[in-house]
Design a protein around this ligand. Structure first.
Ligand SMILES: [Mg+2]
Length: 178
């Protein structure tokens, strides 16, 4: 059986709020006139202190529900990798996970095997085979398979592992167990 790969920023970690402090709705824009990468390099601790997105809680439950470890597939500059790993260790305490880092987001798709899917938010990956896009202001309206709510995320995970019936009517958060 294939597995679900999870992007980090925009899926599990709230990079947008950590960097801009608001939902700015634009992809990779400057921060107060400073290049995004320079800004993060100069405020590297934000990668560790960033809030999580609510989807993280659902993804963690995947381990409880189905006994699956969490496979992270992320694109990070070299200097961001260790702070990101520490963020994941803290946020996924007691949940087994592994983290693969690629040099470019487009490289993720070629790593997907038979039956795998990738949940990501990158506008350039919208509509790629095996990619499910988490909807944000910067990628909406581009089509593709989508997760736009917690209910959608629960549906996706349960449908992927073919055990949705155990969790009642899919998509209503009230039926989540774990
Ligand atoms: Mg992302």
């Amino acid at each position: 059986m294939g597995k679900i790969y999870w992007d980090c920023d925009g899926v599990l970690r709230d990079f947008e709020m950590a960097v801009w402090g608001r939902r700015c709705g634009k992809w990779m824009q400057d921060v107060d006139g400073v290049d995004l990468y320079d800004y993060v390099d100069n405020n590297i601790s934000l990668l560790e202190t960033a809030p999580s997105l609510p989807y993280l809680d659902v993804v963690k439950r995947m381990h409880v529900w189905f006994g699956k470890s969490i496979s992270i597939l992320t694109c990070q500059p070299k200097e961001w990798i260790e702070p990101t790993r520490r963020w994941l260790h803290r946020r996924l305490a007691n949940v087994p996970f592994d983290m693969k880092v690629v040099g470019a987001s487009e490289d993720k798709v070629s790593l997907l095997g038979e039956g795998d899917i990738l949940v990501d938010d990158h506008p350039r990956l919208v509509g790629c085979a095996k990619v499910v896009t988490v909807t944000w202001g910067y990628n909406k309206g581009l089509g593709g398979l989508r997760v736009s709510s917690m209910g959608d995320m629960i549906d996706l995970i349960c449908a992927f592992y073919h055990k949705g019936a155990e969790y009642g009517k899919l998509g209503s958060g009230a039926n989540v167990k774990g």
